[in-house]
Design a protein around this ligand. Structure first.
Ligand SMILES: [Zn+2]
Length: 377
């Protein structure tokens, strides 16, 4: 590589947001609007670093359904009256995932009930930001590492204030070829405050200053600053759980559900469950069931339906509440259909990069021209 590449991935740095607040750091003259993929950050970040759709990289959602292969299956031997909210049980689950299943990816147990958790799997096991060889999918970071690049990485384990300081210092003193900083702190603020709050404007201004300082260190660096998806303001909610639980079908005999904040997924085990759940969801005006044609178009069609037989996606601005993510409303949410304008991501760079109808999947080939993920073959 000729110059160092500096990648700053700011979770939820949406196109609409940066346009509205006039975020455009000096020195990064090239701006693009990028389409994202369905799902949440795991799905989008995997697509960014592999350059392929979720049905090719395989990591669409944090949890998939797995009746017999679940790393949580042992929970069935813990007495039923022990709540999943008990701290010792959470600690035991986490210990087992880290030490026995060797999970290194970001995951959260949220408020998933025990009777559901024991039928779920964690499809992503690695830390997507760190180079690894021969494990799951192949990312552009793996490839850079394989080719002998010197790599500097700070991910969500480091608070962003510290991460930016360390990146600045590294750019001044080290001679790495590839620098990557990932932060989820803007995403967290947007969930809390929505897109119009003063804190968001202040947060973007702070990023602007930090990025300009980084650029001033080495004029030859190739810098890319981008998000993985946008953020939509929340204006309504729908109680899907209550509607489904009032039906005469049971977990786990008839179905196993997973309620995310914008996506409700169902693994179906009886014809009756298929019929009544489909009917109930079809009658909701807050979202729609994705058919196979739509799933294929969106790059989330899995032949084994590992992420569910029925997938309900909420309309932009509506959230499923309560969900396994919690019982409290939030001001901003993502995880909607990527056609919604608030879902588009943005990219800023100081080098020429232009594609028509750009997508976050174009980024990997921009970091490393010609890169093809092995998962895509
Ligand atoms: Zn988020």
């Amino acid at each position: 590589m000729k110059y160092p590449i500096v990648v700053v991935l700011i979770d939820a740095l949406g196109f609409l947001l940066t346009e509205r607040l006039g975020f455009h750091p000096d020195g990064l003259s090239n701006k693009m609007r990028l389409r994202t993929v369905p799902g949440f950050s795991q799905s989008a970040i995997s697509s960014i670093f592999t350059g392929v759709t979720p049905d090719k990289h395989g990591k669409w959602m944090m949890y998939s359904f797995a009746r017999n292969k679940s790393p949580f299956r042992w929970l069935s031997i813990i007495p039923q009256n022990v709540s999943e909210k008990r701290l010792w049980l959470k600690r035991l689950i986490n210990w087992k995932l880290r030490n026995i299943d060797e999970v290194r990816s970001y995951y959260n147990l949220y408020d998933i009930p025990r009777n559901v958790l024991q039928y779920l799997n964690l499809p992503a096991r690695r830390n997507i930001f760190m180079p690894e060889q021969n494990r799951e999918m192949n990312t552009v970071i793996d490839e850079l590492s394989r080719r002998g690049s010197r790599i500097f990485i700070r991910d969500y384990h480091t608070p962003e204030v510290v991460a930016f300081e360390q990146l600045e210092k590294a750019l001044r003193t080290s001679n790495a070829d590839f620098y990557l900083l990932y932060t989820a702190e803007l995403d967290s603020d947007l969930h809390k405050y929505g897109t119009s709050h003063d804190n968001i404007n202040a947060h973007l201004k702070w990023y602007g200053k930090k990025l300009e300082t980084l650029l001033s260190i080495n004029k030859g660096m190739k810098m890319l600053v981008f998000g993985d998806h946008g953020m939509c303001d929340v204006h309504g909610s729908v109680d899907v759980i209550q509607q489904i639980e009032s039906l005469d079908v049971k977990i786990p005999q008839d179905y196993i559900p997973f309620y995310d904040s914008t996506i409700a997924r169902f693994k179906i085990y009886s014809e009756r469950a298929k019929r009544v759940i489909t009917d109930t969801l079809s009658n909701l005006s807050s979202g729609m069931i994705l058919d196979n044609a739509e799933k294929k178009k969106l790059g989330i069609y899995y032949t084994d339906n590992a992420y569910g037989d029925i997938i309900f996606l909420a309309n932009a601005g509506e959230i499923i509440l309560p969900s396994y993510m919690g019982t409290l409303p939030v001001a901003g949410m993502h995880g909607y259909h990527p056609d919604n304008e608030c879902m588009y991501s943005s990219l800023f760079t100081n080098v020429d990069f232009s594609v028509n109808n750009g997508s976050i999947m174009d980024i990997a080939g921009f970091i490393l021209p010609g890169f093809k993920s092995k998962t895509g073959e």
